[in-house]
Design a protein around this ligand. Sequence first.
Ligand code: TEU
Ligand code: CA
Length: 602
Amino acid sequence: MTTTTTQTQALSKTILGSSRAWWKESSVYQIYPASFKDSNGDGIGDIPGIVSKLDYLKALGVDIVWLSPILQSPQVDMGYDISDYYAIHPPYGTMKDVDELVAGLHARGMKYVMDLVVNHTSDQHEWFKQSRSSKTNEFRDWYIWRKPCYTTDGVRQPPNNWGSYFSGSAWTYDEATDEYYLHLFATEQPDLNWENPKVRAAVHKIMRYWLDKGASGFRLDVINFISKDQRFLDVPIVEPAKPYPEGAKYYACGPRLHEYLQELGSILKEYNAFSVGEMPSVYDPQEILNAVGFERNELGMAFQFEIMDLDHGPAGKFTPGQLRLKELKSVVTKWQSFMYENNGWNALYLENHDQGRSISRFASEKPEFRALSGKMLATFLGLQSGTPFVYQGQEIGMVNLPHSWRIGDFRDLEAINFWNELTQAFPGDEKLQEQTIKELRLKSRDNGRLPMQWGPGEFAEFSPGTAQPWIGVNDDYEKWNAAAQVDDSGSVFNYWANILKLRKEYVDVFVYGSFTLVDKDHEELFVYTRGFGGATAVVVNNFSEKEVKWTVPAELSSVVKGGHFLTGNYEDRQSVGVDGDVIVVKPYEALVVLNKGAKNAI
Ligand code: TEU
Ligand code: CA
């Protein structure tokens, strides 16, 4: 072989395919601290509670544990409103508890990832207290202050019409200095002014402090919102009923985003750290690639929201929408192919603390299909190209909150604010209220925040004794709990453990392999292949309760027929079971086949 050919081959390998990195071969488990495990009986989950469950996490086989915010906070938004980046929220524990957690994880070969919330702080943070105190205070410019606007008849208005994600205008008027400050989220979450180099230096200092303390990286909250277009222009009003539309076009992936991310990236690189950026309101994969491209030295990967938006209604998240398999296929394929072809990387998730449970949203809660659904979704998600994220409870097939819940049972400010606005706008409209409760039950953030179901005892054994948890426990915990699943080889838990193990066993195919969608128009099945060198894996997922006769496409016939059955969610299927060219795929069935000899080929 001539040098030129070798070089060309090496080159094509770098272009088509992914550079290797430790965080690509890892899987992540997300913990929502308030709802994971309460050790002292105050009804609130805490860090010692997490420490008591590290063997459970090890048994699942995850490599990284990401904790939603544990820092000091008035908890207007469950810790995403931080008032001190160097102190622990007392109900969660102490610095010593964090040290123990990190040591416990390290002792088991796992890593700790911290939630870094730096697009905004709490209004109780000392920086903001100073900032709002006077126009000449040295911290004034740490936040985004603007003069009021006035209508022709002299009525005071916010500086522009951007809406907050949690209701109303994104600006709040502060009488003391006669100016408005910007908050894309709650009034109590003022946005930091990243234009100010002192703000960026303060963030860098926080990062180093926690990396030095043993964190292996960060999940960066709404990190693509940190650079705002400094013109602060109005967005066009499409719906007159919504006077404060989303201003994302002026702050999602804003003008200086990559400059700021490169600064963060150089610190991350120094520590060889993990990073995943949360990036809502972006649908062009090129925008995200600009942050996660391997050579960019910004972030490792990002959460995009296109899958999460598929069942939102035309008039917003809490209006009825319909998930269509074809759309799911096209969105998944778009991100899978794009990142593979451009040496980017995907963060794979179907659940987190802001979302409804995936079995309830994407498959079936029906008793006969629930476990199958959980396992099918594990196969579907866990064998794609990217780093998989498992959200607490997903590994035991937890589902959305009970049908009996009324508005008074909800705890999340997004749901409560939405309800209040709706009932004020349409008082007494019971039909609309019923429909809204139904939508909240499907998509409200509370769905993912119910206490983790550890056992069949009172309150799912979330707290010791009979302490009442801060939010209602689901009704189904006597049957659906971790204790019942850990030792049952046929459980959703052990199925997930096996999927995570397969990724490690066949790292070339399942971590670094290509992704190809098969049969794009099939109404029930989502089939894809992963390929690397001579190896091809076929992953078949039935997203319906129908039994489907699937004719294997000619190009996959030899792989499937001669293939080695890797795993599946029906215990009675021990082989591919192809008859002629047809496989009978059962309701919510998942099965995975790898071509023979592939293990040696890779
Ligand atoms: O979420 C940002 C975000 O855009 C959403 O997922 C958000 O929950 C949704 O838009 C509301 O409709 C992050 C955190 O994950 C979330 O918990 C915080 O509330 C938010 O940022 C503010 O920090
Ligand atoms: Ca507690």
